[in-house]
Structure formats: structure tokens, C-alpha cells
Design a protein around this ligand. Structure first.
Ligand code: ATP
Ligand code: MG
Length: 243
């Protein structure tokens, strides 16, 4: 069954202080859902909650059933989370990092999975024997996404995967994320590159101070006054210049 996450009245926090104040959010199967918002809005906390790393209140249903309670159960159910920071094994090769992403899959499948990942990220194929820690920032981000894909997830959650990358690299990575989605993986993408993320997304949510303040199609959100003023620094449509 394809992924479909339904989140209702989700509350979570740290040491008794709430950071998420009742989030309602849907991640439709087969779509690319984008979450944007300022620093500290609770975006990473949301993804951590969805991967079972945070105690929480409220309801999270995945494909109609309650989300499993443990992080391992959630991975087995088909959710993969690429957290902020790459968390690769720096002293291991690209290939070995990818292998680790498939530890729950039968060994016989791994070669084929790796070829699929190399098709998506040809740069990783060329560098398969290089130590992960010696790869460029962009290559490491791609490896982190590739490793998550090795587990053949149904739902891929990406947290600021394009952070610190040059604009061309951001474009390349987001295009690959779009392709992954088009090939059948549901994606929940948290991004600081607001304009670019909304340009590749299907649906979008804006989070501020632990709440959803706007939602709609990615295009609606991208074209909204609030988004343009608060995130893109565009205050009004430019006045026509008389010839
Ligand atoms: N481990 C933690 N302990 C205590 N407070 C935390 C912890 N992690 C995050 N917070 C707090 O929770 C709030 C939300 O943080 P979160 O990392 O979810 O925001 P974010 O939207 O991902 O921000 P950014 O865009 O900077 O990554 C912030 O006020 C942050 O200081
Ligand atoms: Mg974050």
C-alpha cells in the first residue's frame, strides 16, 4: 500500500515545554509535500516525532493505522528519515554507507537497490570506493539521501537536505527528490530554500512557532502574500513602468 500520513492535534516538546502546539497535517500518497517555516518553528521536531524519536500527544496514522511506537517499527513500516546534518560513517566508503541503509532488506536485493541509487546519483557511482568523509558537502547530502533510499522506503522525510549547498547543487538535489517522488516514493520535505522547494512540491505547509499557519497547493502557498512577504522578501507586485 502506498504511504499516507495523517497527523491530528500533534503536540510534542522537550522537557515539558511544548514546541508543537497541535499540528494537523496530511501527507498524501505519491505526492511531494513541502514544509517551510522560520528557524525554531518546530519543523525538525515534527520529523523527529514522525520517526518515533519524541514522546508526543495527538494522532499519527500511517496508511490508516496508528504509527508504530518504536523507531525500528517505523522504519520497518516504510518510513525513512534523513535528519539535519548528514550523520554518515565518515571512515567508511560510499558503498559501505549505502549497504548500511539496506540492513533490513534481504542481501539479494541490495545490489539492485544500489544500482538504482547510482542511477539517481551518478556521482556516487563514480566515487563508490571513496571514504564518505572525504566527499564534498553536496556529495555527502546525496549519499545521505541515497542511503535512505537503500531501505526502499514508501515515505521519505528529508530535513534541510540542501543546507549549505551551492544553488546549482540545490537545484540538482531537488530535481532528484522530485524524480524519486515521481517514481512512487511519497516525500515530506523540510526546506529553507523556500522558493525552490515550493517550485518542485505538490502541497505545502507553512509552520510558525509550532503551528501550521498556512497550507495549500505548493503553487498557492508560493503565490500567497504572506509567503512572499515573510519568506521571499517580495512585498508587492512591481508596478508597471510606463513606456
Ligand atoms: N533537544 C532539544 N532540547 C530542547 N529544546 C529543543 C531541542 N531541539 C529543539 N529544541 C527547541 O525546539 C524548538 C523547535 O526546534 P526545531 O529544531 O524543531 O526547529 P526547526 O523549525 O527545525 O528550526 P531550523 O529551521 O532552525 O532547523 C526550538 O525553539 C528549539 O530551540
Ligand atoms: Mg530544523
Amino acid at each position: 500500500m502506498t504511504a499516507n500520513l495523517t497527523i491530528r492535534k500533534l503536540r510534542a516538546g522537550y522537557g515539558g515545554v511544548h514546541v508543537l502546539h497541535g499540528i494537523d497535517l496530511d501527507v498524501p500518497a505519491g505526492q511531494l509535500t513541502v514544509v517551510v517555516g522560520p528557524n525554531g518553528a518546530g519543523k525538525s521536531t515534527l520529523l523527529k516525532t514522525l520517526s518515533g524519536l519524541m514522546p508526543h500527544e495527538g494522532e499519527v496514522r500511517y496508511c490508516g493505522a496508528p504509527l508504530p511506537a518504536s523507531p525500528a517499527g517505523i522504519v520497518k513500516a516504510g518510513l525513512a528519515h534523513v535528519p539535519e546534518g548528514r550523520l554518515l560513517f565518515a571512515q567508511m566508503t560510499v558503498e559501505d554507507n549505502l549497504e548500511l541503509g539496506a540492513y533490513l532488506r534481504p542481501a539479494a536485493e541490495r545490489g539492485e537497490r544500489m544500482e538504482n541509487v547510482f542511477d539517481l546519483f551518478p556521482k556516487l557511482r563514480a566515487r563508490r570506493r571513496q571514504l564518505a568523509g572525504t566527499m564534498s558537502g553536496g556529495e555527502q547530502q546525496m549519499l545521505a539521501v541515497g542511503r535512505a533510499l537503500m531501505g526502499q522506503p514508501q515515505l521519505l522525510m528529508l530535513d534541510e537536505t540542501s543546507l549549505g549547498l551551492a544553488p546549482k547543487m540545490v537545484d540538482e538535489l531537488l530535481a532528484i527528490v522530485r524524480r524519486v517522488c515521481d517514481e512512487g516514493v511519497t516525500v515530506l520535505l523540510v526546506e529553507q530554500n523556500v522558493g525552490k522547494a515550493l517550485a518542485v512540491g505538490d502541497r505545502a505547509y507553512v509552520m510558525e512557532r509550532g503551528r501550521v499557519v498556512m497550507q495549500g497547493s505548493a503553487r498557492e502557498v508560493l503565490e500567497s502574500e504572506h509567503l512572499r512577504a515573510a519568506y521571499l522578501g517580495v512585498h508587492a507586485a512591481p508596478a508597471a513602468i510606463a513606456a
